[in-house]
Design a protein around this ligand. Structure first.
Ligand code: TYM
Length: 319
C-alpha cells in the first residue's frame, strides 16, 4: 500500500494539522510505503516572500519530524524537488472540466476571504491531483476540508484512464472521523487563515494565552454545561486519557466549575501532550544538517517513483 499526503508551507503548524493529518499519517507509516511532502508550489499561491517560503518549508519538515515522522520508514520531501509534478498537472489540466474546478469549495472560500482570483489558485486541485497520482498512491490521509480535492483527483484519474487507457490508480481518502475537523478558538475549523489557531510549537506563554482565549457562552459557573458543544471539551478529548475525559464530561454536566478552570486543565494537558515532541524538535535543531539530509534523500526516492510514473504517462498520451 502506498500512502501519500502533503502539507502546505504557508506558516507554522497548528494542532488541527496535527490531529487531522499528521498523527494519522505518522500512524500509517508502519503500514505501507509512505510519501509525505511539503507543498511549497501550493504555498506559492499565497506566500509572496521567498525567504519566508524557504523558511516555512524547512520549518514544516522540522515540525513533522519532531512529531514522529520517521525518515527511515517514510519518504519526506519538498514538492518542488520533483518538478515533474507540474508537467503532470499540465497534462491533467487538459482533461479537467472547468465546471469541476469551479465547484471547488476551497477556491470559492479563498476568493470570499479576499484572495485574488489567480489561475494558480483556480488550478490548485489539479496540482494536488498530480501530487497524488504521480506516486501511484493508494491512500491519502487528510482532514475533511481536503475531501473534495481527493474526489476531484479521482475524477481526473478516471477521465485520463477513459481517454488514454489505464494509467492511474484511483486513490482513497483516509479521514479520521474523530478528528476530521479540529475546532479553533472560535469553534470554527482551526485554520491559520482564520486566526483561530493553537500552534503545536508556540512557547508556553503564547499557548496558554491562546487556550485562555477560547470563545465560550455565558453559562454561569454554577450551571450545568453542554460538553458536546464546547470547544474546550472537544480539544481536551484529543489530549486527555479516557478517565480524564469522562471526569471532565461529568463536571461539565454537574455545574459548579467555570470555563476558565476547564481551560486551565486543557492547557496543562496540551502542554504535557506535546512535551516529547518539543524535546525531539530541540534535538533535531541541534544537528544542523539533519533536515537537509532527510530532504535530499527524500527527493531522490520521490524522483525515482515520479520518473517511473511519468514515463508511463508520456507514452500513454503521445509525448
Ligand atoms: P493544509 O496545509 O491546509 O493542511 C494540511 C493537513 O491538515 C489538515 N487540517 C485539518 N484537519 C482537521 N482539522 C483542522 N482544523 C485542519 N486544518 C488542517 C488538512 O485537511 C490537511 O490534510 N491542499 C493541501 C496540501 C496538499 C495535499 C496534496 C494533501 C497539497 N497536495 C496531496 C494531500 C495530497 C492543504 O492545503 O493542506
Amino acid at each position: 500500500m502506498r500512502i501519500l499526503s502533503g502539507i502546505q508551507a504557508s506558516g507554522v503548524l497548528h494542532i488541527g494539522n496535527y490531529f487531522g493529518m499528521m498523527r494519522p499519517a505518522i500512524a500509517l507509516q508502519v503500514e505501507g510505503e509512505a510519501f509525505y511532502f511539503i507543498a511549497d508550489y501550493h504555498a506559492l499561491t499565497t506566500v509572496r516572500d521567498p525567504k519566508a517560503l524557504r523558511e516555512n518549508t524547512r520549518g514544516v519538515a522540522l515540525d513533522f519530524l519532531a512529531c514522529g515522522l520517521d525518515p527511515e520508514r517514510a519518504t519526506l520531501f519538498r514538492q518542488s524537488d520533483v518538478p515533474q509534478v507540474t508537467e503532470l498537472a499540465w497534462i491533467l489540466s487538459t482533461v479537467a472540466p472547468m465546471g469541476l474546478l469551479e465547484r471547488a469549495h476551497s477556491y470559492k472560500d479563498k476568493l470570499a476571504r479576499g484572495l485574488s482570483a489567480t489561475a494558480g489558485l483556480f488550478n490548485y486541485p489539479v496540482l494536488m491531483a498530480a501530487d497524488i497520482l504521480i506516486y501511484d498512491s493508494d491512500v491519502v490521509p487528510v482532514g475533511k476540508d481536503q475531501k473534495q480535492h481527493i474526489e476531484i483527483t479521482r475524477d481526473l484519474a478516471a477521465k485520463m484512464n477513459e481517454t488514454f487507457g489505464p494509467i492511474f490508480k484511483l486513490p482513497e481518502p483516509r479521514i479520521e472521523a474523530a478528528t476530521e475537523v479540529v475546532p479553533g478558538l472560535d469553534g470554527q475549523k482551526m485554520s491559520k487563515s482564520y486566526g483561530n489557531n493553537i500552534d503545536i510549537f508556540s512557547d508556553e506563554k503564547e499557548t496558554r494565552k491562546r487556550v485562555m482565549s477560547i470563545v465560550t457562552d455565558s453559562t454561569r459557573v454554577e450551571a450545568p454545561k453542554d460538553p458536546s458543544r464546547s470547544t474546550i471539551f472537544q480539544l481536551y478529548s484529543l489530549v486527555a486519557s479516557k478517565d480524564q475525559i469522562a471526569n471532565m464530561r461529568e463536571r461539565f454536566q454537574k455545574g459548579g466549575t467555570g470555563y476558565s478552570d476547564f481551560k486551565r486543565e486543557l492547557f496543562e494537558k496540551l502542554w504535557e501532550y506535546f512535551a516529547p515532541m518539543r524535546k525531539c524538535r530541540e534535538e533535531i535543531l541541534a544537528d544542523k544538517s539533519y533536515i537537509d539530509n532527510v530532504l535530499a534523500r527524500g527527493a531522490e526516492r520521490a524522483n525515482q517513483v515520479a520518473d517511473h510514473v511519468m514515463t508511463r504517462v508520456r507514452a500513454a498520451v503521445g509525448l
